[in-house]
Design a protein around this ligand. Structure first.
Ligand code: PXP
Length: 276
């Protein structure tokens, strides 16, 4: 649009989006190790390589059944990591005690069912406000940043603000699955939900993260959402590492995310109506 000199209407560059962090989920390195027992491949070695290749954080999910990451891994990660550690965990007294004992930089609260292959769907915050609010308060009192893994749903976002979490992590599984199935209408609908959800969460002063099912083909539009400041990615990168190595796998993701963010910075301008 043309700026024709009216001081009340001008085209202003949007403030630059904050840089986006990449958290690498190392659970599946532990899955492979546990297939044979023993110590190889060691998730800590994977964490070190990921950081060297451009990861900002390391994420691991301590599940109730310890199917991949174990208690000993959490101890070793806490002792050796030089970047923030994000522990994914269920809302249980056992996990609360472990988090309070180790005090990771952050925790991401996720729903957990024993039978599921991976985390299917987000937390139902709306129906668990009374249980979540004190749980979150206790973690925050210990200096731990709390994120809630939720679907990008307006009611869940409002409830997340109500329980006073620091951040939300949007479950991108439906978007990623639609992209995989070649279903453009669902991809478009899910992206809109992510864009609008990110805006709503940021205006409620919540930090916005996203993850689940992201890969090199589908990450761009999510990384370009300016309010999203962190992506957590695991399965694709560990799988890809079998073919090209973990360092290059992480480095390619880092470059793809940064390019999406860069495109946003260069092209995204907005009309602003100023009364000043
Ligand atoms: N974020 C959360 C909260 C998760 O539970 C998972 C899966 O463990 C991820 C991100 C990463 O998903 P993926 O392994 O599909 O990249």
């Amino acid at each position: 649009m043309r700026d024709d000199g009216d001081p009340k209407m001008s085209v202003r560059p949007r403030p630059p989006a904050p840089p986006i962090r990449l958290g690498i989920n190392i659970d599946h390195v532990a899955t492979l190790r546990n297939a044979r027992g023993g110590r190889h491949p060691d998730p800590l070695r994977a964490a070190a390589l990921a950081v060297e290749a451009g990861a900002d954080n390391i994420t691991a999910h301590l599940r109730e059944d310890r199917r991949h990451i174990g208690d000993d891994d959490i101890e070793r990660l806490m002792a050796s990591l030089r970047v923030p550690f994000n522990m994914e965990m269920a809302v249980t007294p056992e996990m609360l005690a472990i988090a309070l004992a180790h005090r990771p930089h952050g925790v991401c609260l996720v729903p957990e069912r024993r039978q599921e292959l991976t985390t299917e769907g987000g937390l139902d915050v709306v129906d668990h406000v009374a249980e979540l609010a004190p749980f979150i308060a206790e973690l925050r009192r210990a200096g731990i940043q709390v994120a809630l893994f939720i679907d990008p749903d307006p009611a869940q976002i409002r409830a997340s603000a109500e329980v006073k979490t620091d951040a939300v992590e949007f479950h991108t599984g439906t978007y990623c699955e639609a992209a995989l199935q070649g279903d453009p209408p669902t991809v478009a609908r899910e992206l809109t939900r992510l864009v609008e959800g990110a805006r709503a969460a940021a205006s409620a002063a919540l930090e916005v993260h996203a993850g689940h099912g992201l890969n090199l083909d589908n990450v761009g539009p999510v990384a370009a959402i300016p309010e999203i400041v962190e992506l957590n990615i695991g399965h694709f990168l560990v799988g890809e590492a079998l073919f090209i190595g973990l360092g290059p796998s992480v480095a390619r993701m880092r470059a793809t995310m940064d390019a999406a963010r860069q495109g946003l910075r260069h092209s995204d301008t907005e009309m602003s109506v100023s009364g000043a």
